[in-house]
Design a binder for this molecule. Sequence first.
Ligand SMILES: [Zn+2]
Length: 484
Amino acid sequence: MQTLFPKRKKNLTKTNAVCLLLQPAIYLTSDPRAFKLKSCHFAKFKFEVLKVRKLFSLILLAATFAVSVIAVPAQSAKVTAIKAGRLIDTEKGVVLENQIILVENNIIKAVGANVAIPAGATVIDLSKATVMPGFIDTHVHQTGQTEGNYYDTLFRESFVDVAVTAHIYAKRTLEAGFTTVRDVGSEGFVALALKNAINAGKIPGPRMQVANYYIGSTGSHGDIVGFSPWLSSRMPEEMSGVADGVDGVRKKVRYMIKFGADVIKFGASAGVLTEEASVGAPQFTQEEMNAIVDEARMHGIKACAHSHGTEAIKMAIRAGVASVEHGSFIDDEGIRMMKERGTFLSADIYNDDYIMSEFARLGFPQKILDKEKLVGRTQRENFKKCVLSGVKIAYGTDAGVYPHGWNGKQFAKQVEWGQTPMQAIQSATIVSADLLGWKDQIGSIAVGKFADIVAVEGDPLKRISILENVQFVMKDGAVVKKTL
Ligand SMILES: [Zn+2]
């Protein structure tokens, strides 16, 4: 997982440069034969001359390199000191006052009340703000969002349409304070391309884990259904997440991983926003789910399952998923199983509001709206049960169903449905970092972690909704947004 991050920046100091230079030179000059032309045999002489020429060329090259490196002033580390009026320690769940965060390049080097600010450091004054680690959304579809007519989107958009606009949504997400996301399903390998462009520094966006295609069975939520059989939307196997049978799903998992999947996402149950009759029916057998999770595990990769239905949730937990997505109709037994096995819940409890207010206008069929009515409130009630039972709650919003950049709207919902404001913030930071397997890199403001830092004016522990408008965002040590 570590390799997903851009490499930590290293300083090329004068000493490093000289060592680099000397290594080949030392090697060459340590070979005494290089300077001797002792043979009178012509061929040998020619050989030695060539060797000497080669040696001189190398020395010349090394010398040129040395001059060019040493002539450039050595870059010293970029040091930034952030004065945090209030800092939320997400690991301990406490608020610390008047802290200094010292950032060297992209890494947090020191945090504390008595940290000395080095001369020459850039100082960012957030002494009137509440400072937190960058937020993490573990359930997004980063490449597109529901905004056009339902049928136009389905039948007239191609991967190319999606690809040319995806960067807009990535930027909005980052500016909303979400410095890391897990993309749990996108088509055409667009999310992978987006992640690569972000990591290469070509476009702004959050750190990403990507699943590539959502893996679903024939006729499932991951396969387009509900239209005339004459309207085939079936893509070539290489551009599809549809797979059946133990061998079929193993092959599909291998294929997704071959092309860069950081996480495997599959559909354990039916869904809401497609035209299946059911919301909750299992859509893979237990054996298929076991095979998906096992195959991913062989590659050191976690799996997560879209699952609304009571039985499908339990099948996915038994298979060993890292997280249950949605979890709408979970029962007491399912909750107990999640607690026992440490399975995370990633439940999109904000977007019901958006779907109910906007989706009729966007031309979604009535049967989809009826399914949402069936799920919305129950999902929230069951979310509360999970919170009160001590299930690990990751922050996952299904952004893309509603506009990217609104990811923060779920904080208030998580508080309305059972969490304290501190728990909601921990959910979107350290708990989600744990689900992603990146707890040692992100999720708290701690020494050695990436400098992903956000801030707001005021106190989110008193009024959680202020997190919908984050005013300061730093990702990887670089300021992305500052309006306070
Ligand atoms: Zn989703």
